[in-house]
Design a binder for this molecule. Structure first.
Ligand SMILES: [Mn+2]
Length: 431
């Protein structure tokens, strides 16, 4: 199977032209950080180790509840999606894994899929089950729920699908299953708020029992939509209860868009770290609700504050298992590859900024109840332009100093447009 590829030498030529200016900026930043007793090279090495998984559903136009406007040359299947993800990784050098969604991405031959991914230099992150919509050929409907449905036969079908996801995931080398359900109620009284959660826990326990010993189960919550009165797993409290009731390898997945407006997500993260149940993230951004906008597009300071908690927890050895970082976005008005290029960089930017926080000074300011100084210490890290660090880490990792410019110069999308006929609809959605 062949895929459109970036022209050989394109990235090297662009990097060669951009390197002198980058080196100047990098050296200048190094001097500035040295005055703050920060070793530039250590930060750049940390940036080089940072990675975030790409969502298979993120390389096509996602759409909204109202419409989807497909772009030219969109991927037609999981093989096309992997080819696009490989371009993002080629240019950013920080997205080596893809998180697939079943049955949207179910391969006819998992071994072929795994081999294809390996040829592209990609691996697989957490696999996602889908019981929030009905699939062709499915016997029973999820209209009124799946893992928490009143009918044991529907629950059994949903559990069986999750077990199939584990089986597929094992065959492609994944190590985690993410479960998000759309179950819930639109009207008070529609469901027993108590019993629906009990049924969800029973179903999750059955899935957990089939989990391979080196796998993790990531439980994703969401405040509302598609259920608008009461979602079964509506917040981190319910997800944490479920994880704790299920077993030590069950943990909570935080999707940044799945909260009420104004929720202090970094505090939620701190609490989940305390409980030892922070499983991972679906990174995106939002203004009002579950907007699935590009990570860092709306509230970059919030993203920084979340990574600030993570870096602090790393320092205190409170993260024995590294959280899974995955992008989860819906691209409606941009070329999805361009959005993913920049979103991966924005996640890394927030992480690197968090690495610049003067922890000893912050500890001292907090101990002295010096609120103003404490918050200025965070702002100082956040307002440092770490662009040269990110670019140097990409360059050293084999990526592009300027991924967006390299992508736009490549003509990749035009190549896809000629080789991939537009289809009316392809499996995809927003989760
Ligand atoms: Mn999500």
């Amino acid at each position: 199977m062949s895929a459109p590829v970036l022209a050989a030498g394109l990235v090297d030529a662009a990097n060669e032209a951009a390197l002198p200016a980058l080196q100047e900026d990098y050296d200048a930043l190094g001097l500035q950080l040295a005055r703050r007793s920060i070793e530039l090279e250590r930060v750049t090495e940390a940036a080089g180790r940072f990675s975030v998984a790409l969502p298979s559903w993120g390389v096509g136009s996602g759409g909204t509840r109202f419409a989807r406007f497909p772009g030219a040359g969109e991927p037609r299947d999981i093989f096309d999606k992997l080819a696009d993800c490989a371009v993002v990784h080629r240019l950013t050098a920080m997205t080596p894994r893809v998180s697939p969604h079943f049955p949207w991405d179910a391969p006819g031959d998992p071994a072929e899929l795994r081999a294809y991914a390996e040829r592209l230099g990609l691996g697989f992150d957490a696999v996602n089950s889908n019981t929030f919509q009905d699939s062709p050929g499915q016997a029973l409907s999820y209209k009124f729920g799946s893992l928490s449905h009143t009918d044991p036969a529907v629950r059994a079908q949903a559990i069986a699908h999750n077990l199939e996801c584990i089986r597929l995931g094992e065959s492609i080398g994944a190590k985690a299953l993410t479960v998000w359900i759309g179950d819930g109620a639109n009207f008070p009284g529609q469901q027993s708020l108590a019993r629906v959660f009990e049924r969800y826990l029973e179903s999750v326990a059955e899935i957990y029992a089939a989990l391979p010993p080196d796998w993790r189960l990531l439980l994703e919550y969401k405040l509302y939509e598609p259920a608008f009165y009461a979602t079964v797993v509506q917040d981190w409290g319910s997800a944490l209860l479920a994880a704790q009731a299920t077993g030590p390898r069950a943990a909570v997945l935080v999707d940044l868009g799945h909260h009420a407006p104004g929720t202090n997500i970094e505090q939620v993260v701190a609490r989940l770290i305390h409980a030892g149940r922070l499983g991972g993230f679906h990174l995106n951004d939002s203004k009002y609700g579950d907007d699935d906008l590009d990570a860092g597009a709306i509230a970059p300071y919030r993203l920084f504050l979340i990574f600030n908690e993570l870096v602090d927890a790393e320092r205190r050895n409170r993260l024995p298992t590294a959280p899974a970082y995955m992008l989860d976005q819906s691209h409606n008005v941009t070329d999805p590859i361009e959005s993913l290029l920049l979103s991966a960089s924005e996640a890394a930017r927030a992480y690197v900024q968090a690495c610049l926080v003067d922890r000893a000074a912050l500890d001292a300011a907090q101990g002295a109840n010096d609120a103003l100084l404490a918050t200025q210490i965070l702002k100082r890290a956040f307002t440092t332009d770490v662009g040269p660090i990110l670019a140097m880490a990409r360059y050293r990792g084999g990526g592009a100093i300027d991924p967006l410019a390299a992508y736009r110069a490549s003509g990749y999308r035009a190549m896809c447009a000629s080789g991939r006929p537009v289809r009316a609809a392809s499996g995809g959605g927003i989760v």
